[in-house]
Design a protein around this ligand. Sequence first.
Ligand code: NAP
Ligand code: ZN
Length: 347
Amino acid sequence: MSTANAYAAPSAHDALTPTTIERREVGPRDVAIDIKYCGICHSDIHHCRGEWGDVPYPAVPGHEIAGVVSAVGAEVRKHAVGDRVGVGCMVNSCGECANCLKGDEQYCIPGNTQTYGSVDRDGTITRGGYSSHVVVDEAFVLRIPDGLELDVAAPLLCAGITTYSPLRHWEAGPGRQVAVVGLGGLGHMAVKLASAMGAEVTVLSQTLSKQEDGLRMGAAAYHATSDPATFEQLANRFDLIINTVSAEIDISAFLGLLATDGALVNVGAPSAPLPVAVFSLLLHRRSFAGSAIGSIAETQEMLDFCAEHGIAPEIETISADQINDAWERVMQSDVRYRFVIDSSTLG
Ligand code: NAP
Ligand code: ZN
């Protein structure tokens, strides 16, 4: 066992505070990672505030981890001491179900082991990347390509893969009209990735306050969802809409923006159910779908794609004592466009 410095939420209502946690011994297939940076995902807030259900407190969130390998187990082949690596939202899966066998471990049928708040193989509760180091099975550790600095690589491990995967699955590319709802951490990655894939991208944000940024990131058009004219002007327009909004929105209004055979894919994860206008679906054979992160192989493909295309998230690096303020800003939609914790400030 080793002791890591960490920041933890003691309950659903209290601010995060500095603490220490135990990490397991490095097993034969484990990689120990000195964490250099960890992104702040809105999921960290949903989870720690108990919005998705019961939480084993104290909760140490963080699933956008970038760092350097400090030790490896005897059977580890994929990674070596000194390698630049990343860990995303999952740290294990059953390895035996139909989805794991076809390489979709994010959809592990008994459930993958999440980087935080899950029961691990040894019965302990997983603790995430708001911490100084972590021990992870080598199969769930990603290689960070040379072309990506560790600070900007961190958010790719969740925001990057969560948008890359549905863009690939629903075939964003030349000749396809893609809309991205919400220009936050996930949304700004969706804009950059979809435009690099060759799609024509439209941002649908609450206001026009970030229009210049959205166009610079590669969007061809930008509209305010607070303006009812947006929904008339863009009716039946899009082949694919990626909804990244963390709150409940009027999904049926957005379904009306889909072309026939178009798909609206929800990656945003509000806790309450979203009512859907069935007639809007059936009259134009539209789909309403969801998507969770991506597989390990697809995450590696996404990292390599970002390095090759020079794609990086836009980050604001903070010290650990600014985490609670950063969370407040994320909840106010005041993020440009991902907060990243400098792990050397954890104490
Ligand atoms: P974020 O940075 O806070 O971005 C969310 C954006 O949604 C905001 O920037 C804002 O964009 C818009 N928004 C927020 N509240 C809104 C409201 N009441 N009405 C309309 N729009 C609103 O969050 P994130 O880290 O990108 O995460 C987004 C969601 O994805 C969260 O629910 C998170 O849990 C979920 N998530 C899911 C997966 C998955 O595997 N499916 C993975 C990671 C995260 P504008 O200011 O541009 O309007
Ligand atoms: Zn996340």
